[in-house]
Design a protein around this ligand. Structure first.
Ligand code: CU
Length: 229
C-alpha cells in the first residue's frame, strides 16, 4: 500500500474527538458510499506466511469457506479525506493472542490510536513488527499480561511472534474513519456520511494485490460501486 501522508497531531485529535455519531454537518455536502466487493482472486496459498514450507500447512482448505475467509480480511477505505468528521474510530482496539493466533487476524485502526496486545493463552508469546509504518518488539510475556503500542502513522503493520513462527496478524492503520468491512456473505459494504468529493477508493487484503480506483461521492444520493479483488 502506498504510504499515506502523516496528519498533524491537531488534525488527528480532531478526528478522534469529532462529533461522535453526529451527522449534523450540512447534509447537502454528504454522500453515502455503497457497493459490493467480489473476490475473483485465487486463495493465496503460495503467499501465506509459512516458516516451514512443505512441512506445515500442507493441507489446502477443503471447500469454499476459503472464499469467505478471504472476504473476512478485506477492508474498503477512502485513501485521503481532507476533513474527516462524524464517525467514531474503533474503540479500545485490541489484537489478542488467543489459541496460538492473533485475533482478529486483521485489525483496522486510525492513526494515533493505541492497540492493546493481551496474551490470553497459557503460554508465553512475543509481539514484534519490522514494518516501516511501525517497528516495535514487546518482548515475551505470559498469560494475563498485556502491552500496548501507539500507531502514529498510516500504513500496514504486520505483527509476528518470535516464539511461534506461524502466528501472523495485520494492523491496517488508516488516515480517516471512512472504511468498511464487506459483508462476508454478500460482499456488500456501506460507508456513511462521506463529504462529497473525488477520492481514491482502496480495496485491501493482507495477502492480495491492492485494488484502487477513483470515485466520486455526490451529495445525498448513494453511489453504488462494484469492485473486484
Ligand atoms: Cu506466540
Amino acid at each position: 500500500m502506498r504510504r499515506l501522508h502523516n496528519i498533524t497531531a491537531g488534525l488527528l485529535l480532531a478526528v478522534l474527538t469529532a462529533l461522535p455519531g453526529n451527522e449534523s454537518v450540512d447534509a447537502a455536502d454528504i454522500g453515502i458510499l455503497t457497493g459490493t466487493v467480489r473476490v475473483v482472486s485465487e486463495p493465496p496459498y503460495a503467499i501465506r506466511i509459512n516458516a516451514y514450507p512443505g512441512v506445515a500447512h500442507t493441507t489446502a482448505p477443503s471447500n469454499d469457506t476459503e472464499g469467505k475467509s478471504l472476504i473476512r480480511e478485506i477492508v474498503v477505505y477512502l485513501e485521503k479525506v481532507a476533513a474527516p468528521h462524524a464517525i467514531d474510530p474503533p474503540a479500545s482496539p485490541k489484537l489478542t493472542q488467543r489459541g496460538m493466533e492473533f485475533e482478529p487476524s486483521v485489525l483496522v485502526i486510525l492513526a494515533g490510536q493505541e492497540v492493546g496486545f493481551p496474551n490470553e493463552d497459557p503460554y508465553y508469546h512475543n509481539v514484534f513488527s519490522y514494518s516501516p509504518a511501525k517497528r516495535f518488539d514487546l518482548g515475551r510475556y505470559a498469560r494475563g499480561k498485556s502491552k500496548s503500542v501507539v500507531f502514529e502513522d498510516p500504513g500496514v503493520v504486520q505483527v509476528f511472534c518470535d516464539i511461534h513462527s506461524d502466528m501472523k496478524g495485520t494492523i491496517l492503520v488508516l488516515q480517516n474513519p471512512y472504511f468498511a468491512r464487506p459483508d462476508t456473505e454478500t460482499g456488500a459494504f456501506r460507508i456513511p456520511s462521506v463529504p462529497a468529493g473525488r477520492y481514491r477508493l482502496v480495496v485491501w487484503h493482507p495477502d492480495l494485490e491492492t485494488v484502487s480506483r477513483e470515485i466520486e461521492v455526490r451529495p445525498g444520493a448513494a453511489t453504488p460501486i462494484e469492485v473486484e479483488i
